[in-house]
Design a protein around this ligand. Structure first.
Ligand code: FPP
Length: 247
């Protein structure tokens, strides 16, 4: 059975000894500080961050994680200086084109969540092509959140509910979840944020209702497989209660 097919833990109890989370979300933070500490432009911090993302994807697949969601560009990131936005979108374009073969070979299915239409038509085409090319991947489901914001996602879902004329009497959490960009995906079990900051920053607001949070004091470009292993170890020691007391 593929890791992706494993059901998420849904009842109280410890995550358990060697439990591997089904879905991990990562807020990749600290690229700018990493660059500043070296007297480098921020763009080079993002470039090193993209290499760290590649290592994390590989490590997640090796660890048997079924779903990995990386927060690569928030709705708020559009307000950064134009040259930084340009550097970030340039990196996305480059990686979308250069990594597709590797993703296919490694059985990794790529999906982009967020407002992709805010990027130019060439990037939208590259995203569509990469998703189509990797659609058969079963080893790891990789979501990259681009121009993503949790509140915007919830508002968009509410609009869809109204447009579809859904009956308020039957609209429940499951039905609302199907209107989100993560329809059909398990909720994240573990959210990791690097660089020592301890905030959710509008990432997977709805989906992380029962996620465990691990904050790691490492700048994202320095992230190695061992850091992911440490976060998984910490997750396994947590007691998950889902609002109820464990027996
Ligand atoms: C946060 O660091 C990071 C980002 C805003 C962008 C993350 C992007 C990448 C890791 C590269 C692209 C990824 C892929 C998958 C191609 P920051 O700039 O906020 O750092 P700071 O808080 O130290 O200033």
């Amino acid at each position: 059975m593929s890791a992706a097919a494993k059901p998420a833990a849904a009842s109280p109890g410890t995550a358990g000894g060697d439990a591997v989370p089904v879905h991990v979300g990562i807020i990749m933070d600290g690229n700018g500080r990493w660059a500043a500490a070296r007297g480098l432009p921020r763009a080079l911090g993002h470039k090193a961050g993209a290499e760290a993302a590649r290592r994390a994807i590989e490590a997640a697949a090796e660890a048997g994680i079924g779903w990995l969601t990386l927060f690569a560009f928030s709705s708020e990131n559009w307000r950064r200086p134009a040259d930084e936005v340009h550097a970030l979108t340039g990196l996305m374009r480059l990686y979308l084109r250069s990594e597709v073969k590797t993703l296919v070979r490694e059985g990794i299915r790529l999906r982009i969540i967020g407002e992709r239409e805010r990027f130019g038509p060439d990037l939208v085409r590259a995203i569509d092509a990469a998703e189509a090319a990797t659609a058969e991947g079963r080893r790891l489901n990789l979501n990259v959140a681009l121009s993503y914001g949790g509140r915007a996602e919830i508002v968009a879902a509410a609009k869809r509910a109204l447009e579809q004329g859904l009956d308020p009497a039957t609209l429940d959490e499951a039905a609302f979840g199907r209107l989100l960009s993560t329809d059909g995906m398990p909720d994240p079990d573990l959210i990791i944020r690097t660089s020592g900051e301890q905030r959710l920053s509008n990432f997977l607001l709805w989906q992380s209702a029962y996620a465990e949070f691990v904050f790691q004091d490492v700048l994202w470009p320095d992230y190695e497989a061992r850091h992911l292993a440490e976060a998984i170890g910490e997750f396994a020691r947590r007691e998950r209660r889902y609002g109820v007391r464990a027996a």
